[in-house]
Design a protein around this ligand. Sequence first.
Ligand code: IMP
Length: 453
Amino acid sequence: MSQSTEQMSRRHAAIPGMGPLSGGRAGAIIGLQWGDEGKGKAIDLIAGSFDAVVRFNGGANAGHTVVIGGEKHALHLVPSGIFHPGTLSVVGNGLVVDPSVLIRELDTLDAKGVDTSGLRLSDRAHVVMPWHKAEDEIREKLLSGGSGGGSIGTTKRGIGPAYADKAHRATAIRVRDLLDADTLRERVNRVGAMKNALLGALDDGFTPFDADALFDEARAWGERLRAHVTDTVYLLNEMLADNKRILFEGANATLLDVDHGTFPFVTSSNSSGLGIHAGSGVPGRYLDSCMGILKAYSTRVGGGPFPTEQDNAVGQRIRDRGNEYGTTTGRPRRCGWLDLVAVRYSAMVSGATCLGVMLLDVLSGFDELKVCTRYEFKGVETERFVPDASDLAAVTPVYETVGGWAEEIQDVRSFDDLPDGARRYIELIERATALPVRLVSIGPDRTQTILRA
Ligand code: IMP
């Protein structure tokens, strides 16, 4: 990494309100909407002042984009701290890891000259096997029943079926199992036979997996990853005991949390801040700051209610300007106005202590902007979010209309230099959430960032 980039990350790290920098030891960056908020950029900006960046949930359904010097890096499993030499990148026990994706990502980073030796992979993380991806595909097809109505709209990365096997226990394969040929052989044979029977019963067109070929593939994964595998729970707790600083990198976001999101249109892990402890083995007492990340508007991929969705020219303008197409699946994202009822709820659940507002530049050029500050639900106005999907589908958003700004703002570098409309927009977010906005992103590059005291 160039010295200037290193210096910049140190400078950017001085974000007031991020506790680890004011005496605490662990902080978190968590998405407050339905994912794709720009967490990768925020994490990359401050990662340099932490000793480890830790993923604790999800798998290759996540897509974090980091742009450095105009070069775009798309990460699905490798933590976004990988670009900071000296900072460990930890894949915690709470993840479901598709080794083929992880290896491809490491190979790509290696080829670009990025040092990946700091990657640590939990021996207890669960493995996404090819049968999980096949099952994800088959379930979505069966649930959609032709109309698409009953499916979740998953990323088809095998996330749900892999977490289901974690809960089933006997049919799960963990990273540590990849390292032991006898265990792996037994698991692949036994579980594989069961999966072939189950998937064959669900889908006539299913082609059974060949246990020998799968064993060879999984064994090769283990060998490629062996040097990175460790007990990350002891690693992290020992780092904290040694006064090292840790940043938790949330994936997928609060409204997709399996317990606290818009169930059933959620992912299969605790993707809010509440998942940090179980997914990393780090107890709650260490965590003293959490930057909640939101876009200046709202997006959603996949199915599920979305009260402020604009399936019209407004939504299309946001999609075009924000390049709102999935990093993982390439799907066009659904776009709409900022929903502060949802953000307030997410900030509460994830324990946000400050906010980062991303993609503010996308809203340049609107004469006026709408922001949802309340819902009308069952004939009554409320400030409360209703996470159940059928309830959320029944709310009507109540908007405040505010003036926009005409100017492009990608080259602005201080809050005071933003157009009046943009400053007022940020201040409205602060008032509605009672949280300070410490970071405003006005373009994809590291340099296109405004930090606020
Ligand atoms: P799954 O996680 O692939 O099972 O997908 C469940 C739902 O979560 C689908 O609506 C996905 O589109 C959504 N989802 C999962 N991960 C992400 C993410 O990182 N960003 C945005 N949406 C996501």
